[in-house]
Design a protein around this ligand. Structure first.
Ligand code: PLP
Length: 447
């Protein structure tokens, strides 16, 4: 069954009692299917956004497009009313092409090519970040009406990907930079920071919000009227990591330094949080090689799969992700043996897992990689001519009903191709589930 609704240009398959993993299994079992593929669970993203609203209700998410620019993800978030953090002209064009108003975009890159800045001016994206003098001169030349957000540096002590080494003015140097902005007649409207991606030190948000408050005061002293706080990204993406701990520090710091009624709008730029757990990757074992010692005893097996570090698993290099596969078939009764897992290209660097323990695999077996939505496809290439995995979109029935009810979308069923789920096999009556289990409608995110 194919699901078509106003906010998807593509189609999604509706899931009744199944899970995304059931659909993975079903697709993998299609005769002749051997290409790597993703299953994107729309329900996971809707849940994440609702959880966000519940835990940090004062902070409006501006999704960081760089994390995964999948069209369905962008269209869904546009329908849910989030904003968007764009890093380039290309991302601005992509987001605006689906009908998002420029007022819902922050151009959150402190070092912009002039041509991209001119594009932002042309399409009137108002908000953008800066952290250095050169950028201010560029903005004065190409977009003097821009609403500028100064990005300060405040790094988490424990983080998956530090960003402070590249961006952010030290808070003690912010005043001089603001003074330059003033002398150039530019308009500074807010303060932003990014504590680092995959933040494992929740208390940093209290430190950073406090530092931002000081910079607000310095800006006010110089005659600016800042009214925007942007707390960046860094939120965990895994389903197992709740927002609770971070929310505690963020909400407390907001109450302390930017209380409700202060007139300050608070936004964030979550990437990983929104998409990581919604994408499951499934790869096929395409070749294998046994490694023996001098006596002929088996030491280890090398398995070659059809996605690697030049594709989705670039995340192991650039995003410092540690990945480990699950088996699609239950082989838990079989002995686990040492092995390594390699990508499909001819490059020796293309190793996905250096040491693993798995039951004996055969060519054609599937390996499942959960939580592969963040910084995977967005940075993947087709080196050696290996194409990128196709993304199959699924939507739990209760999520579909929720979206239909709260967003008023016109949803209709159409003919499906490929591995359609038959309506008869999953009669609606046996699988209605609670909608809105996490509280109010997400549509309240709309500006
Ligand atoms: N905002 C900016 C400016 C970034 O550079 C990034 C990631 O690099 C993000 C937001 C998203 O961060 P995360 O995925 O940790 O939420």
């Amino acid at each position: 069954m194919k699901l078509e609704c106003e906010f998807f240009t593509g189609s999604a398959r509706i899931m009744y009692q199944e899970t995304a993993l059931d659909v993975v299994r079903e697709i993998a079992q299609i005769p002749g299917q051997e290409d790597a593929f993703y299953v994107l669970d729309v329900g996971d993203i809707v849940q994440k956004i609702k959880m966000w609203q519940l835990k940090i209700p004062r902070v409006k998410p501006y999704y960081a497009v760089k994390c995964n620019d999948n069209q369905t993800v962008l269209e869904l978030l546009a329908a849910l009313g989030t904003g968007f953090d764009c890093a380039s002209k290309g991302e601005i064009q992509k987001v605006m092409s689906i009908g998002v108003d420029q007022s819902r975009i922050i151009y959150a890159h402190p070092c912009k090519p002039s041509s991209h800045l001119r594009h932002a001016a042309k399409v009137k994206v108002p908000l953008m970040t800066f952290d250095n003098e050169t950028e201010l001169y560029k903005v004065q030349a190409y977009y003097p009406q821009a609403e500028l957000v100064i990005r300060i540096r405040c790094d988490a002590e424990d983080v998956q990907c530090p960003l402070g080494v590249k961006f952010g003015v030290f808070p003690e140097d912010a005043s001089a930079l603001l003074a330059t902005a003033k002398s150039l007649n530019l308009n500074v409207v807010g303060v932003s920071f990014h504590v680092g991606s995959g933040c494992r030190e929740p208390a940093v948000f209290h430190r950073a919000i406090k530092a931002a408050k000081n910079v607000f005061e310095e800006a006010q002293t110089l005659g600016f009227h800042p009214n925007l706080l942007d707390i960046g990204g860094g939120f965990p993406g895994s389903r197992g990591n709740s927002l609770d701990e971070l929310a505690k520090y963020i909400n407390k710091a907001l109450d302390e330094f930017f209380p409700e009624g202060s007139g300050v709008r608070v936004i964030a730029e979550p990437g990983r949080y929104v998409v990581a757990s919604a994408f499951t990757l499934c790869t096929n074992v395409v070749a294998k090689r046994e490694v023996h010692d001098d006596n002929g005893s088996l030491l280890s097996t090398m398995y070659y799969i059809n996605d690697g570090v030049y594709g989705s698993f670039n995340c192991t290099l650039y995003d410092h992700q540690v990945v480990y596969p699950q088996l699609l078939e239950d082989k838990s009764n079989e002995p686990y043996m040492p092995c390594s897992i390699w990508g499909p290209t001819c490059d020796g660097l293309d190793q996905v897992v250096s040491e693993a323990q798995l039951p004996k695999l055969n060519c054609g077996d599937w390996l499942v990689w959960p939580e592969m939505g963040a910084y995977t496809l967005a940075a993947a290439g087709t080196f050696n001519g290996f194409s990128l995995p196709k993304v199959h979109v699924v939507i739990p029935h209760h999520t579909w009903m929720y979206l239909e009810e709260y967003l008023g979308s016109s949803i209709s069923f159409g003919e499906s191709g490929g591995a359609a789920i038959s309506e008869d096999a999953y009669p609606e009556s046996k699988c209605r589930r609670d909608i809105g289990a996490l509280g109010g409608p997400v549509s309240s995110l709309s500006c």
